[in-house]
Design a protein around this ligand. Sequence first.
Ligand SMILES: *[C@@H]1O[C@H](CO)[C@@H](O)[C@H](O)[C@H]1NC(C)=O
Ligand SMILES: *[C@@H]1O[C@H](CO)[C@@H](O)[C@H](O)[C@H]1NC(C)=O
Ligand SMILES: *[C@@H]1O[C@H](CO)[C@@H](O)[C@H](O)[C@H]1NC(C)=O
Ligand SMILES: *[C@@H]1O[C@H](CO)[C@@H](O)[C@H](O)[C@H]1NC(C)=O
Ligand SMILES: *[C@@H]1O[C@H](CO)[C@@H](O)[C@H](O)[C@H]1NC(C)=O
Length: 538
Amino acid sequence: MAPNPFFNFCAIPCLYTKFLQPLITTILALTLTIHISLPTNMESRNSSFLYVLFFIFMLNIKISSVQGLGVNWGTRAIHPLSPNIVVKLLKDNGFNKVKLFEAEPWVLDALRNSGIQVMLGIPNDFLAPLASGVSVAENWVTKNVSAYVSRGVDIRYVAVGNEPFLKTYKNMFTNTTLPALDNIQAALIKAGLGRQVKVTVPLNADVYESASGVPSEGNFRSDIHDLMISIVKFLSDNGAPLTINIYPFLSLYADPHFPVDFAFFAGTNAPVVDGSVSYTNVFDANYDTLVWALEKNGFSSMPIIVGEIGWPTDGDINANIQYARKFNQGLLSRIIQGQGTPKRKTPPDVYVFGLIDEDAKSIDPGNFERHWGIFNYDGTVKYRLDFGSNRTLVPAKGVRYLERQWCVLAPGASETDPKLVDSINYACTFADCTSLGYGSSCNGLDARTNASYAFNKYFQAMNQQKGACNFNNLSVITKILPTTGKANCKFEIMIDVGKHEKARSPPKYSAAAGWLSPNFGCSMVVVLLLSLIIGWVA
Ligand SMILES: *[C@@H]1O[C@H](CO)[C@@H](O)[C@H](O)[C@H]1NC(C)=O
Ligand SMILES: *[C@@H]1O[C@H](CO)[C@@H](O)[C@H](O)[C@H]1NC(C)=O
Ligand SMILES: *[C@@H]1O[C@H](CO)[C@@H](O)[C@H](O)[C@H]1NC(C)=O
Ligand SMILES: *[C@@H]1O[C@H](CO)[C@@H](O)[C@H](O)[C@H]1NC(C)=O
Ligand SMILES: *[C@@H]1O[C@H](CO)[C@@H](O)[C@H](O)[C@H]1NC(C)=O
């Protein structure tokens, strides 16, 4: 972002959010109260002043956040939303904790002075280099932690690796995770951040198991049992939490006989009975299996964070809006009520996965992988989530779109044209066609609409550039919104990241959201002072 000289007086990081904002809010509240209680003749004289004050007052009210609720912000999208828009989205929805998968400068810069706490991830590829020597870790911490902390990014955790002991990785990271963790911890201490920034390792729930299925039989997976004990001990010695990712959706995905209602929080006819405890949902059962495993190995008070949890909305028969809403609302209601599990009454901090759909993620795990967002690719709301106090999700503001046009199968083209299959395959190699698959929102379209959908996905992914709607002459651009006849299957228009004209690169992420940036608050100080002066003079 180009420095804006006008806002430079707000350079001291926390001055505005920590001091000025509450002060302004208080002054405004008092002034408003006085004005409202004034006799009508005086009030009418100053009514415009009153409206200005009220407007600023509303802007200064902070959205109350839900205690212990965070969200994962992944950026594997062909067109990631501008980070300034995303940070505003987080704030507007009261998310004051965010988990990032790696240190991306454009994302971290947008989080400066945002009041949002950050868990910063390190990809698995970095584990081996970080394990190789403390100097690599020191370099990583200097560049990716210290540099941002000093510029006002509130980094609270460094998450070393991402599910490194997943069975499918076949022990690729078992030798390097603990040494990398050790070196990052040493580097944080050396950087003077040992108290402020804690280390952790986000682990998949398959690091523990229960042979009989009841939580009280829980223990760490036998092939990594000793390693897990070493890691837990290391975290415990350093006052750091254990982070675990729990996915009831994946339990259902992996096992067609999994009882569907056990995946949600609404009770079940067939609970898992463990001694005197009846488990009615897989989250409680899974989490308590870990608590038992920790207790059995001498770590009964080890703090736990749920690093990822959520439900996708597309890409599988069980991935849909209804189920996602049911699961995430159930989860949210528990968090709002401060409800823990049978074994541990204090609820953990929870990071929902995820914030926005990511259409460039690998679909090795399944087509659903690109549809975990509680928001669509453009920051629009997928479904209603109730945060209590009548607060629901609000969409991203200031999003710009490309032109209202779509690429479709040409009216004159035949759906049996021999070139059609290749054309669709080409489109779907470079764009995200996961919604066309079995069990998905656009599955079962007729051949013509199916082809149009794929063509349009490609055309939008390519920023509607010239030549991007030319599938062997089988396609045309239309300005009339095509329909699919399916409620959740839509012809999208991509967001404008400034790539449709070649001359306009690199994309200017800050331009669109300039007035929504954290600096906006600073400009409000000026507006306030001016309006006070005007009000005084008038
Ligand atoms: C900081 O993190 C980024 C993203 O993971 C990585 O590309 C970069 O190499 C890291 N910097 C250092 C000095 O290790
Ligand atoms: C990990 O270390 C063990 C013992 O030193 C060795 O046998 C194994 O091959 C190593 N694994 C990897 C993936 O490097
Ligand atoms: C919540 O908001 C809706 C619409 O704004 C309103 O009709 C309803 O009465 C509100 N409920 C509560 C409990 O405030
Ligand atoms: C729709 O397109 C997809 C491409 O992903 C293809 O697999 C499928 O067979 C097509 N369906 C029809 C009815 O043409
Ligand atoms: C598309 O149509 C144009 C003009 O009719 C023709 O010149 C061109 O060869 C065609 N391209 C393909 C790939 O069929």
